[in-house]
Design a protein around this ligand. Structure first.
Ligand code: 6R9
Length: 679
């Protein structure tokens, strides 16, 4: 088993956490303690005393606690049952006899309550000179109804899978809500994925419908979404309808009978469409995510538990107050966009900002321009973006007022204390709370975080478990090292969660066995997160990064096996091994070791062909940082590639290679080191 453990220290000794993140070793985090800022205690939904009381209640009587939280949302039939789950065998249900509709809770009920004029979405286009747009809850309702009826006209019915391949525009969220409204299951595919990757995701869930835009805009560049859909549909059959939303006006090829322009096809649909009553355990969405083996998995979330979880976490984690503007910079193609651009904010009647572009366009002050222009109160982004902006110094930040900001947040990867401090001191003027929210596609919403009015902060630590969450650290053999409530000093291990929570994924679409195998078989009876973690004596949890063969590049999860599969598709490649290495901006970069077939010569041309190959198979986000041609890979006598050694070499850490005596040919290591030094 490749699950290794990092005991009590961040050292990178041979058997420590895979892909360790070097900057963690250089900082002694213990000295830093930032108490709850005065401003965060004002009207907070959760003080320190509230947290202790609510957390204890959520653990001692989860059913009562989650029955109470379920009252945040409307139910057509209130559930009489709360949690009903087992991790061995794996069966997870919450609120199983409840009937509801998430679109109703996100949109209609606010309109019904007389809040139709409140702003649901603010759209900020890629091009700052173009007008932004405000969409009220009433206008959103009308839009969602139109899209829902258009989908029905196309033949979409309850339970059908609909693939959404959109830029960051309001219509992307409308498409999701329209699916939820009619009981279709959405599968959003990030617009940066290639046609090949899109085809795989369409095929896996046998999706018969696709919603896309003509093209998207990112930093002034056009992303040919419809053309990518066309290319994908040459590789996969079964798609009957493609709904194309006009966004940039770029010309598109339209296949008769299959492809429909939304503004034409949806022009004359009825203006009423009741929300379909759905069982709490009916599927809501599938979202593909990378694991350590095989193709990306279609993680499946169901309606009831996910609704309650995102509504509750949004309320507490961001301490949201009516009228505030919330800006989460994640794309709806990732789970963060699902939970905290769309469903969490809307269920709370919040104003959520949708930003089409990128943080560096037209310059590195774009985020802060948006904050000022739309008076953003809560800003939530990824550490990789902060590291990139930080490089440009304080001036672009200081040139903007940022007075409206009240709370900052991060998500997606561990934040290095240096970036945290910059965020705190420069962006937040040393006054604002930061929530460092640890969670995953599989967890549906935030799991470990400080709560702004309750907890002091330690740069680099996610903080404390959210209500109902029971983290546990175990060693490689599954022995328990630490539970919540344990007050020993620093302990490290592999992070598991011992009890289910409403927002937990229910299965891998079409492959429950893979779900069990991936998450519940390493440590029987526990959900294994794939992350390494340390817990300090104050009860703060510090995520140290993945301990499996998943790497985190700019906050995007990627399986090293996926990149390897793409590389070996090239007919000159014999074998490939891919590892992560510490990268100043991206957190981790992609380092590929490649061996060629006999008679083939490495060279710059082949290198760019391989880069292209990976971009084609997966997308630009998977572009290798290094391609290291080598005559051989370090293997054990039984033929297993020793990734531990490859990781060390990629990290330029040649002194701690550990035991190489089991290698079939130890001289391979010297030649790899030589090759690394020459790069
Ligand atoms: C929400 C999201 C999940 C993986 C997760 C972990 C890393 C996310 C983090 C964090 C440290 C944080 N991760 N948030 N690590 N601190 N605050 O990102 O989901 O794309 O599925 O990635 O991201 O390694 O296991 P997802």
């Amino acid at each position: 088993m490749g699950l290794l453990l990092n005991h009590r220290t961040y050292s990178t000794n041979a058997e420590s956490v895979d892909s360790p993140i070097v900057w963690r070793e250089q900082v002694s985090e213990h000295q830093d303690w930032f108490p709850v800022p005065e401003s965060a205690t004002k009207d907070t939904h959760c003080s320190a005393a509230d947290y202790n009381r609510l957390y204890t209640a959520s653990i001692s009587d989860p059913d009562s606690f989650w029955a109470e939280q379920a009252k945040r949302i409307d139910w057509f039939t209130a559930p009489t049952k709360v949690g009903n789950w087992s991790y061995d065998p794996v069966s997870i249900k919450w609120y199983e006899d409840g009937v509801l509709n998430l679109c109703h809770n996100a949109v209609d009920r606010h309109v019904a309550a007389g809040k139709g004029d409140a702003i649901a979405f603010i759209f900020e286009p890629d091009e700052p000179s173009k007008p932004s747009r405000k969409v009220s809850y009433a206008a959103l309702q009308a839009e969602v109804i139109r899209m829902a009826n258009t989908l029905k006209k196309m033949g979409v019915a309850k339970g059908d899978r609909v693939t959404i391949y959109m830029p960051m525009v309001v219509e992307g969220a409308v498409a999701m809500l329209a699916c939820a409204r009619i009981g279709a299951i959405h599968s959003v595919v990030f617009g940066g994925f290639s046609p090949e990757a899109l085809a795989g995701r369409i095929e896996d869930c046998a999706s018969r419908f696709v919603i896309c835009a003509d093209s998207g805009l990112r930093g002034g560049k056009h992303v040919p979404l419809k053309a990518n859909v066309d290319a994908a549909l040459e590789r996969v059959s079964g798609v009957e309808g493609v709904l194309v939303i006009e966004h940039t006006g770029d010309p598109c090829n339209m296949t008769p009978h299959r492809d429909h322009w939304y503004h034409e096809y949806g022009a004359d649909v009825p203006s009423e469409c009741p929300c379909e009553p759905m069982n709490a355990e009916d599927p809501l969405f599938i979202l593909y995510t990378s694991g350590s083996t095989g193709k990306p998995k279609g993680v499946l979330h169901t309606i009831g538990g996910y609704s309650v979880w995102t509504a509750t976490t949004f309320h507490y984690v961001f301490d949201y107050k009516p009228g505030e503007v919330f800006f989460c910079s994640a794309d709806i193609g990732w789970v963060t966009g699902h939970s905290y651009v769309v469903y969490g904010p809307l269920q709370n009647g919040a104003t959520s900002l949708i930003f089409e572009g990128i943080p560096s366009y037209p310059d590195n002050g774009r985020f802060w321009d948006i904050v000022d222009r739309h008076q953003v109160n809560i800003f939530y982004t990824a550490p990789t973006a902060l590291r990139a902006l930080m490089r440009d110094g304080d001036a672009p930040v200081k040139a903007r007022s940022r007075k409206s900001l009240r709370l900052l947040g991060t998500v997606g990867e561990p934040i290095n204390p240096e970036a945290w401090r910059w965020y705190h001191a420069t962006v937040g003027e040393g006054k604002l709370p930061i929530v460092d929210t640890w969670w995953q596609t599989e967890t549906g919403g935030t799991m470990i975080t400080t709560l702004p009015g309750a907890h002091g902060m330690k740069p680099g630590s996610a903080g404390r478990p959210f209500f109902g969450i029971r983290p546990q650290l175990v060693d490689a053999e599954g022995q328990v090292i630490a539970d919540e409530g344990d007050t020993r000093g620093d302990v490290s291990g592999n992070l598991c969660i011992t009890h289910s929570w409403p927002g937990q994924a229910r299965t891998v679409y079409g492959d429950h066995e893979r779900f069990e195998q991936t998450y519940f078989s390493t440590y029987k009876g526990k959900y294994f997160t794939g992350d390494g973690c340390r817990r300090d004596g104050d009860g703060y949890w510090w995520i140290t990064g993945r301990v499996d063969d998943v790497i985190n590049v700019s906050g995007h999860r990627m399986g090293t096996a996926e990149v390897e599969s793409a590389l070996v598709l090239h007919d000159k490649v014999a074998e490939a091994a891919v590892v992560g290495f510490p990268h100043e901006i991206k957190g981790q970069g992609i380092y590929c070791y490649v061996t060629l077939n006999a008679g083939e010569e490495p060279g710059a041309e082949l290198e760019s062909e391989l880069r292209m190959q990976v971009r084609q198979e997966i997308g630009p986000i998977a572009s290798p940082d290094h391609i290291h041609f080598t005559p051989a890979l370090p293997k054990t006598r039984s033929g297993k590639i020793m990734r531990r050694i490859l990781r060390k070499i990629a990290e330029n850490d040649f002194g701690a290679l550990g035991d190489t005596s089991t290698l079939a040919d130890p001289s391979v290591v010297d030649s790899l080191i030589e090759g690394r030094k020459n790069r």
